[in-house]
Ligand binder design. Structure first.
Ligand SMILES: [Zn+2]
Ligand SMILES: [Zn+2]
Length: 221
Protein backbone atom coordinates (compact mmCIF):
# COMPACT_ATOMS: atom_id res chain seq x y z
CA UNK A 1 0.00 0.00 0.00
CA UNK A 2 1.42 3.40 -0.91
CA UNK A 3 1.61 6.48 1.36
CA UNK A 4 -1.35 8.09 -0.37
CA UNK A 5 -3.65 5.13 0.37
CA UNK A 6 -2.43 4.96 3.97
CA UNK A 7 -3.26 8.68 4.42
CA UNK A 8 -6.75 8.07 2.99
CA UNK A 9 -7.34 5.19 5.39
CA UNK A 10 -6.15 7.22 8.40
CA UNK A 11 -8.49 10.05 7.52
CA UNK A 12 -11.51 7.81 6.89
CA UNK A 13 -10.80 5.97 10.12
CA UNK A 14 -10.67 9.25 12.07
CA UNK A 15 -13.88 10.47 10.42
CA UNK A 16 -15.61 7.26 11.47
CA UNK A 17 -14.29 7.01 15.03
CA UNK A 18 -13.40 10.48 16.36
CA UNK A 19 -15.73 11.86 19.00
CA UNK A 20 -14.33 15.32 18.28
CA UNK A 21 -12.85 17.10 15.23
CA UNK A 22 -10.94 14.35 13.34
CA UNK A 23 -8.29 16.83 12.19
CA UNK A 24 -7.58 17.72 15.84
CA UNK A 25 -7.41 13.99 16.65
CA UNK A 26 -5.03 13.15 13.79
CA UNK A 27 -2.79 16.13 14.52
CA UNK A 28 -2.66 15.31 18.24
CA UNK A 29 -1.74 11.68 17.49
CA UNK A 30 1.18 12.82 15.29
CA UNK A 31 2.38 15.26 17.97
CA UNK A 32 2.22 12.62 20.71
CA UNK A 33 4.23 10.22 18.56
CA UNK A 34 6.80 12.90 17.74
CA UNK A 35 7.24 13.80 21.43
CA UNK A 36 7.62 10.13 22.37
CA UNK A 37 10.25 9.52 19.69
CA UNK A 38 12.03 12.74 20.59
CA UNK A 39 12.27 12.00 24.32
CA UNK A 40 13.18 8.33 23.98
CA UNK A 41 15.35 8.31 20.87
CA UNK A 42 16.48 11.78 19.83
CA UNK A 43 17.65 13.70 22.89
CA UNK A 44 21.27 13.34 21.75
CA UNK A 45 20.54 14.14 18.11
CA UNK A 46 22.72 17.19 17.29
CA UNK A 47 20.26 18.35 14.60
CA UNK A 48 17.38 18.46 17.09
CA UNK A 49 19.48 20.20 19.75
CA UNK A 50 20.65 22.77 17.23
CA UNK A 51 17.06 23.55 16.19
CA UNK A 52 15.95 23.85 19.82
CA UNK A 53 18.90 26.11 20.59
CA UNK A 54 18.00 28.34 17.67
CA UNK A 55 14.31 28.52 18.63
CA UNK A 56 14.80 28.73 22.42
CA UNK A 57 12.96 25.53 23.21
CA UNK A 58 9.22 24.95 22.92
CA UNK A 59 6.23 27.30 23.11
CA UNK A 60 4.21 27.31 26.36
CA UNK A 61 1.56 24.93 25.09
CA UNK A 62 4.00 22.31 23.84
CA UNK A 63 6.46 22.69 26.71
CA UNK A 64 3.61 21.84 29.06
CA UNK A 65 2.48 18.98 26.86
CA UNK A 66 5.99 17.51 26.96
CA UNK A 67 5.90 17.74 30.79
CA UNK A 68 2.86 15.47 30.78
CA UNK A 69 4.93 12.72 29.19
CA UNK A 70 6.94 12.62 32.39
CA UNK A 71 10.23 11.47 30.87
CA UNK A 72 12.31 13.43 33.37
CA UNK A 73 15.72 12.44 32.02
CA UNK A 74 14.88 13.22 28.38
CA UNK A 75 13.43 16.61 29.35
CA UNK A 76 16.42 17.40 31.60
CA UNK A 77 18.92 16.49 28.86
CA UNK A 78 17.16 18.70 26.28
CA UNK A 79 16.96 21.61 28.72
CA UNK A 80 20.60 21.70 29.83
CA UNK A 81 21.29 23.55 26.57
CA UNK A 82 18.23 25.76 27.01
CA UNK A 83 19.10 27.01 30.48
CA UNK A 84 22.74 27.54 29.48
CA UNK A 85 21.66 29.58 26.42
CA UNK A 86 19.36 31.68 28.63
CA UNK A 87 22.20 32.32 31.10
CA UNK A 88 24.62 33.25 28.28
CA UNK A 89 22.04 35.72 26.96
CA UNK A 90 21.50 37.22 30.43
CA UNK A 91 25.25 37.51 30.82
CA UNK A 92 25.48 39.62 27.65
CA UNK A 93 22.46 41.70 28.64
CA UNK A 94 23.95 42.24 32.11
CA UNK A 95 27.24 43.46 30.74
CA UNK A 96 25.95 45.75 28.01
CA UNK A 97 22.39 46.82 28.89
CA UNK A 98 23.37 50.41 29.65
CA UNK A 99 24.83 50.84 26.16
CA UNK A 100 23.03 51.42 22.91
CA UNK A 101 23.01 47.70 22.03
CA UNK A 102 19.47 46.33 21.62
CA UNK A 103 18.99 42.70 22.47
CA UNK A 104 16.52 40.41 20.79
CA UNK A 105 14.61 38.43 23.41
CA UNK A 106 11.79 37.35 21.10
CA UNK A 107 12.94 33.72 21.09
CA UNK A 108 11.69 33.55 24.70
CA UNK A 109 8.84 36.02 24.52
CA UNK A 110 7.29 34.75 21.27
CA UNK A 111 8.59 31.21 20.73
CA UNK A 112 7.68 31.73 17.08
CA UNK A 113 9.85 28.85 15.85
CA UNK A 114 8.60 26.09 18.20
CA UNK A 115 9.38 22.87 16.32
CA UNK A 116 6.17 21.21 17.50
CA UNK A 117 4.07 24.16 16.28
CA UNK A 118 5.81 23.74 12.92
CA UNK A 119 5.12 20.00 12.90
CA UNK A 120 1.48 20.72 13.77
CA UNK A 121 1.09 23.08 10.83
CA UNK A 122 2.70 20.56 8.49
CA UNK A 123 0.56 17.62 9.68
CA UNK A 124 -2.63 19.69 9.41
CA UNK A 125 -1.74 20.78 5.90
CA UNK A 126 -1.21 17.18 4.76
CA UNK A 127 -4.49 15.92 6.26
CA UNK A 128 -6.42 18.83 4.77
CA UNK A 129 -4.98 17.98 1.34
CA UNK A 130 -6.11 14.36 1.76
CA UNK A 131 -9.58 15.52 2.80
CA UNK A 132 -9.89 17.78 -0.23
CA UNK A 133 -8.73 15.00 -2.58
CA UNK A 134 -11.44 12.72 -1.20
CA UNK A 135 -14.28 15.21 -1.05
CA UNK A 136 -16.31 13.51 -3.81
CA UNK A 137 -15.61 10.01 -2.51
CA UNK A 138 -18.86 8.21 -1.59
CA UNK A 139 -17.41 6.40 1.40
CA UNK A 140 -16.15 9.67 2.86
CA UNK A 141 -19.45 11.44 2.15
CA UNK A 142 -21.23 8.75 4.19
CA UNK A 143 -18.90 9.30 7.14
CA UNK A 144 -19.34 13.06 6.87
CA UNK A 145 -23.09 12.76 7.42
CA UNK A 146 -22.58 11.36 10.91
CA UNK A 147 -19.13 12.60 12.01
CA UNK A 148 -18.82 15.12 14.83
CA UNK A 149 -17.84 17.98 12.51
CA UNK A 150 -14.61 19.94 12.35
CA UNK A 151 -13.67 22.44 15.03
CA UNK A 152 -14.12 26.02 13.83
CA UNK A 153 -10.40 26.47 13.14
CA UNK A 154 -10.16 23.35 10.98
CA UNK A 155 -13.47 24.09 9.29
CA UNK A 156 -12.16 27.47 8.10
CA UNK A 157 -8.77 26.04 7.13
CA UNK A 158 -10.46 23.43 4.93
CA UNK A 159 -13.12 25.85 3.64
CA UNK A 160 -10.53 28.38 2.48
CA UNK A 161 -8.60 25.67 0.62
CA UNK A 162 -11.61 24.50 -1.41
CA UNK A 163 -11.85 25.95 -4.90
CA UNK A 164 -15.10 24.46 -6.14
CA UNK A 165 -18.14 26.55 -4.97
CA UNK A 166 -20.27 23.37 -4.77
CA UNK A 167 -17.79 21.85 -2.36
CA UNK A 168 -17.75 25.04 -0.29
CA UNK A 169 -21.54 25.09 -0.14
CA UNK A 170 -21.67 21.41 0.83
CA UNK A 171 -19.15 21.78 3.66
CA UNK A 172 -20.75 25.00 4.93
CA UNK A 173 -24.28 23.56 5.05
CA UNK A 174 -23.02 20.38 6.66
CA UNK A 175 -21.36 22.34 9.48
CA UNK A 176 -24.19 24.80 9.96
CA UNK A 177 -26.40 21.75 10.60
CA UNK A 178 -23.94 20.22 13.08
CA UNK A 179 -23.27 23.47 14.95
CA UNK A 180 -27.04 24.22 15.17
CA UNK A 181 -27.60 20.80 16.68
CA UNK A 182 -24.83 21.50 19.21
CA UNK A 183 -26.43 24.84 20.08
CA UNK A 184 -29.75 23.11 20.73
CA UNK A 185 -27.97 20.57 22.96
CA UNK A 186 -26.29 23.36 24.95
CA UNK A 187 -29.65 25.03 25.53
CA UNK A 188 -31.16 21.71 26.55
CA UNK A 189 -28.24 21.10 28.92
CA UNK A 190 -28.81 24.47 30.60
CA UNK A 191 -32.58 23.89 30.78
CA UNK A 192 -32.11 20.55 32.56
CA UNK A 193 -29.85 22.22 35.11
CA UNK A 194 -32.86 24.20 36.30
CA UNK A 195 -34.09 22.63 39.59
CA UNK A 196 -37.59 22.19 38.12
CA UNK A 197 -36.30 19.81 35.43
CA UNK A 198 -33.40 18.16 37.25
CA UNK A 199 -35.15 14.81 37.48
CA UNK A 200 -35.33 14.46 33.71
CA UNK A 201 -32.84 11.86 32.46
CA UNK A 202 -29.86 13.27 30.57
CA UNK A 203 -29.51 12.60 26.86
CA UNK A 204 -27.10 13.50 24.08
CA UNK A 205 -26.81 17.03 25.49
CA UNK A 206 -24.85 15.71 28.51
CA UNK A 207 -21.40 16.39 27.06
CA UNK A 208 -22.40 19.35 24.86
CA UNK A 209 -20.40 21.78 27.07
CA UNK A 210 -17.20 19.83 26.33
CA UNK A 211 -18.01 19.60 22.62
CA UNK A 212 -18.60 23.36 22.54
CA UNK A 213 -15.11 24.02 23.92
CA UNK A 214 -13.61 21.66 21.34
CA UNK A 215 -15.52 23.34 18.49
CA UNK A 216 -14.52 26.86 19.49
CA UNK A 217 -11.01 26.24 20.83
CA UNK A 218 -10.02 22.95 19.14
CA UNK A 219 -8.63 20.02 21.13
CA UNK A 220 -4.96 20.54 21.72
CA UNK A 221 -4.22 17.45 23.83
ZN1 LIG B 1 -9.92 20.57 14.81
ZN1 LIG C 1 4.51 24.94 20.03
Amino acid sequence: MNDKNISHIHLLDALEKSQICPLCDLTNASIQKYINDMLYESVNDPGLREKLAKNKGFCGLHGNLILKHGDALGIAMLHIDQIQILLDHLDSVGRFYSKITKYDHTGWTEHAGCIICELMADVEKRHIEVFINLIDDNVMRNYLETFSGFCARHFFRVFEKLNNPEHKKYLLNLHVGKYKSLLADLKEFCRKNDYRFRNEPSGKEADSWQKAIYVISGKTF
